[in-house]
Ligand binder design. Structure first.
Ligand SMILES: Cc1cc2nc3c(=O)[nH]c(=O)nc-3n(C[C@H](O)[C@H](O)[C@H](O)COP(=O)(O)OP(=O)(O)OC[C@H]3O[C@@H](n4cnc5c(N)ncnc54)[C@H](O)[C@@H]3O)c2cc1C
Length: 419
């Protein structure tokens, strides 16, 4: 093993959408980047839980075509994903735009980007420990197929989705008494409805009847069609999970079995309940249950729900968002709180910089934010932006560039004011 392998300039923990953006941004700025990912493939929630649509990349509004919040890496990623998925952005309620995507396209794009940027990726590799001293993380322990190793990265970007770095130290994390409800994404094939709308109506009616007649458990009453995914007589659905679920795939085994059995049972019931569903078949079931939120790293600034809903701006902004606060409860329908029309909020650099370790950045859904603020900022278009910024700032510090200079580089990618 050579020195570059044990002393990377930047270590990215987690190969989800935020980690991919961070790693590509840092390598593009001549940093030697290593990424560790505990799954055997990249994409995080986008592939493992296959959430189905990419939200938060486009400005809200009623213009006939969508426009991006941020040009450069974010817009290129989404454009390529649209092209590879053979999809176009969909215009939804209250002026929101989002992109339905194909899972294989997401995997292929992530693999290509990581390889073209020369990111050294270690799959099936977990962060297991770290040491810190003098306000810095000094070393990290990783484990790959039971083989342990210590690395000495100069900078670390935590893109783990759940504060994997901070949880291994004694520093505070941002926690919540109740996190948002998780969901299992799955596909039903051979739907025989006219369109997405009529499919949802028929499904809801029969589910309600099944629950009233005690054929289906009330635990499974929250099944919804993922907008924009209805095609070729098949569609993707989300089954809301009525109890807390661990974010670690190894710890989801028991729930996986229960949910798969329940999906079989619900499919059988629907087949007999409606002529539109007589041929219904279960298709793809996402390998992981999608856990929306968990503990987050605490930064120099904590993004608040009020910042989001009042469209707060920051001179040090590195990302913009306008996605509503979308809070998924365990036992009732999700809550949506929208920003003012055409407004947006800004995420400051201080929300991706650790308040304790000068060489630690974070991004994506483990950004420094309150639970209700992350209910907006966790969407993938915003994860791309915070990931990209973390990569630029880490590489900038590595090469001794000023933070101000890097922030100006990032801010130049945003149309100002967004049009
Ligand atoms: C059910 C559900 C529906 C959603 N719907 C949408 C939607 O429609 N549109 C949208 O834009 N967003 C949606 N989201 C949100 C979005 O998918 C996520 O917030 C986003 O993908 C998070 O990206 P990330 O890179 O920050 O984290 P993640 O995707 O969680 O990636 C983190 C990665 O880190 C790895 N990792 C974790 N710990 C370690 C460790 N110790 N060592 C090594 N690797 C580690 C994980 O395996 C994972 O690959 C949804 C989320 C869920 C759960």
């Amino acid at each position: 093993m050579n020195t570059m392998d044990t002393h990377p300039d930047v270590l990215v923990v987690g190969g989800g959408i935020a980690g991919i953006a961070a790693a590509c941004a840092a390598t593009a700025r001549h940093a030697h980047v290593m990424m560790i990912e505990r799954n055997a493939y990249p994409g995080g929630k986008a592939t493992a839980a296959f959430v189905g649509t990419l939200c938060g990349a486009y400005l809200n509004g009623n213009a006939p075509d969508p426009s991006y919040f941020q040009h450069g890496f974010t817009a290129d990623f989404v454009d390529q994903l649209a092209h590879m998925s053979a999809q176009r952005p969909v215009h939804h309620q209250r002026g929101l735009w989002f992109l339905p995507y194909e899972r294989d396209a997401f995997l292929a794009l992530s693999n290509t980007l990581l390889s073209n940027h020369g990111v050294h990726v270690l799959y099936n590799t977990d962060l297991t420990g770290l040491t810190c001293d003098e306000g810095k993380i000094q070393s990290v322990d990783i484990s790959s197929w039971g083989k342990k190793q210590t690395l000495f990265p100069r900078y670390i970007i935590d893109a783990s989705g759940h504060a994997a770095t901070s949880l291994l130290t004694t520093v505070d994390t941002i926690t919540s008494e109740v996190y948002q409800a998780a969901a299992q994404v799955f596909e039903w094939k051979n739907l025989n409805n006219q369109d997405e709308f009529s499919c949802s109506l028929t499904l809801n009616r029969h589910l309600r009847q099944g629950i009233e007649n005690k054929i289906i458990s009330t635990d499974y009453r929250r099944i919804s069609l993922i907008p924009g995914t209805y095609r070729q007589n098949g569609a993707f659905f989300k089954l809301g999970i009525a109890y807390p679920v661990s974010d670690h795939p190894d710890e989801q085994q028991k729930e996986n079995k229960i949910i798969r059995d329940a999906l079989q049972q619900i499919t059988q019931y629907l087949r007999s309940a409606s002529p539109e569903f007589t041929e219904l078949k279960l298709g793809f079931i996402a390998p992981e249950i999608g856990v929306r939120t968990g503990p987050r790293n605490k930064g120099k600034y904590i993004l608040t729900e009020q910042d989001v809903l009042t469209g707060k701006k920051h001179s040090t902004f590195i990302a913009r968002g306008a996605w509503p606060v979308e809070f998924w409860h365990f036992n009732k329908n999700p809550e949506f709180h929208f920003l003012m029309d055409s407004d947006w909020y800004e995420i400051p650099a201080e929300s991706i910089e650790s308040d304790r370790f000068s060489n630690l950045f974070f991004c994506g859904r483990t950004l420094s934010a309150e639970e209700k603020a992350i209910a907006s900022a966790r969407v993938m278009g915003i994860c791309l932006q915070t990931g990209y910024a973390a990569g630029v700032l880490a590489a900038g510090q590595l090469h001794g560039r000023s933070r101000q200079q890097d922030m100006e580089t990032i801010q130049a990618l945003f149309p100002n004011p967004p049009a």
